[in-house]
Write a protein that binds this ligand. Structure first.
Ligand code: SF4
Length: 414
């Protein structure tokens, strides 16, 4: 049996720059909410943030708040509060943890950022169901709670080839958001501002992609576990110059590490791909466990989901429609298999970890035979771990550890 020992995680120098970006972002939102200055739009993680920014809104992303509830391990105790008002324990634990936090009047923001009491009150909530329908139900609860309008885009699911019809439909839905946004913001829509925001969004996305792609180097200077927090600026800051500046700094550091052959995991022996959501409350222990086994989980579908190469400043609505519809989570299983195969090849991995997140079927790809089909096609073994993104009652640490150790041993024997 491989022996686990305590491992020091490598310090990321750019983390300070990213941390400051996140602090500035939350303080700006908090100030606006308190002074009733700029209007605030809540947006789903792959919602039309570019349109909202171009129209002068500050944009808040509740999923990031939920991920913080998970990583601070506050979520598990809050989920039952939402269950008690009728939101099932089986649905998205981002949703239930976030609503539970609101009901209890608690937030990790108040712990992390002095003076901030919690999320900013929305003037409008804008969703895109490209990731799931839970986000719509989630936003509608807040819409009722705050008496704020809820608008959104309803996306196709299980998309194979992205067709002209898909793009026309989504583009029209995006354009239909403009009149209610003008009404709430009090600002007239300006196409040049949107083009500029889309340009910034595309640049941020390209830099983030380059950061993630450095993981193809051997040894990899990146781990998936670090990526889940480093991606914060790409999630909340796309469409801003600040996010671009963060990733320029991070990319320079990563490229230097590649040049110096400095791996994120000391003595990297095994290279792994992660499919599905992270277990937010176990990021650090999972990172430590894999590192102690000299295995680097270095790439993931999850972190790659904030790459929007189809954004087009010259044709912003069509580009956004394409970027939001080409998103991995929206696609057919056939497409997903092809995509993962390409990633396995590009990152030169030895195996795949599939996280079957109990409350997120949308981002769990191991329930309908995909691991078996991929193993047959690539010869690379996969391991399924049962767990959840936020609800720590749904995982067994001991079982996860035993299964991961056995999997690494199996790779070793190969
Ligand atoms: S994709 Fe999963 S984790 Fe994200 S909001 Fe939807 S159900 Fe929740």
């Amino acid at each position: 049996m491989a022996q686990e020992k305590k491992v020091q995680r490598k310090k990321i120098k750019a983390a300070g720059t990213l941390g400051k970006f996140m602090a500035d972002y939350y303080y700006e939102l908090d100030n606006a909410a308190k002074s009733r200055g700029k209007k605030i739009a809540w947006c789903t993680s792959v919602g039309p943030a570019e349109i909202l920014r171009a129209m002068g809104f500050l944009v808040y992303f509740p999923e990031t708040h939920s991920a913080m509830l998970g990583s601070t391990r506050m979520a598990t105790e809050l989920i039952p509060k939402a269950n008690a008002i009728g939101y099932s324990p089986d649905i998205c634990s981002y949703l239930t943890a976030d609503i539970g936090a609101h009901l209890e009047g608690v937030s990790p923001l108040s712990e992390i950022f002095k003076g901030i009491e919690g999320p900013p009150k929305p003037d409008i909530l804008v969703y895109n169901t490209n990731q799931c329908k839970d986000v719509q139900d989630w936003f509608e609860w807040y819409g009722r709670t705050y008496n704020a309008p809820v608008i959104g885009v309803n996306t196709y699911r299980g998309v194979g080839k992205v067709t002209e019809d898909h793009l026309i439909s989504i583009s029209r839905q995006l354009q239909a958001l403009i009149p209610p946004l003008e009404q709430v913001s009090g600002n007239k829509f300006n196409i040049d501002k949107l083009k500029e925001t889309v340009r910034l969004s595309l640049e941020c996305s390209e830099l983030w992609k380059k950061v993630l792609d450095t993981a193809s180097a051997r040894p990899s200077p990146v781990t998936f576990f670090d990526g889940t927090t480093l991606m914060g600026a790409a999630v909340v800051g796309r469409g801003t110059q600040g996010a671009i500046d963060c990733y320029k700094t991070l990319l320079a550091e990563r490229e230097q590490r590649v040049a110096d052959k400095e791996g994120a995991v000391e003595g990297e022996r095994f290279r792994l791909y992660w499919d599905g959501m992270p277990v937010w409350g176990r990021l650090s222990s999972h990172a430590g466990l894999f590192a102690s086994l000299k295995a680097n989980v270095l790439a993931s579908t999850y972190c790659n989901s904030w790459i929007f190469s189809a954004m087009d400043p010259d044709d912003p609505f069509t580009g956004m429609a394409r970027a939001y519809t080409e998103l991995f989570i929206v696609r057919s299983d056939e497409y997903k298999e092809k995509y993962i195969k390409e990633m396995l090849d590009f990152f030169k991995v030895d195996g795949i970890i599939y996280h079957d997140a109990k409350t997120c079927p949308n981002n769990s790809n191991c329930r309908y035979g995909m691991p078996q089909r991929l193993e047959k096609a690539t010869g690379l073994p996969g391991l399924m771990i049962n767990g959840d993104l936020n609800d720590l009652r749904l995982l067994s640490d001991e079982q996860t550890k035993t299964n991961i150790e056995a999997f690494i041993e199996q790779l070793d024997e190969r």
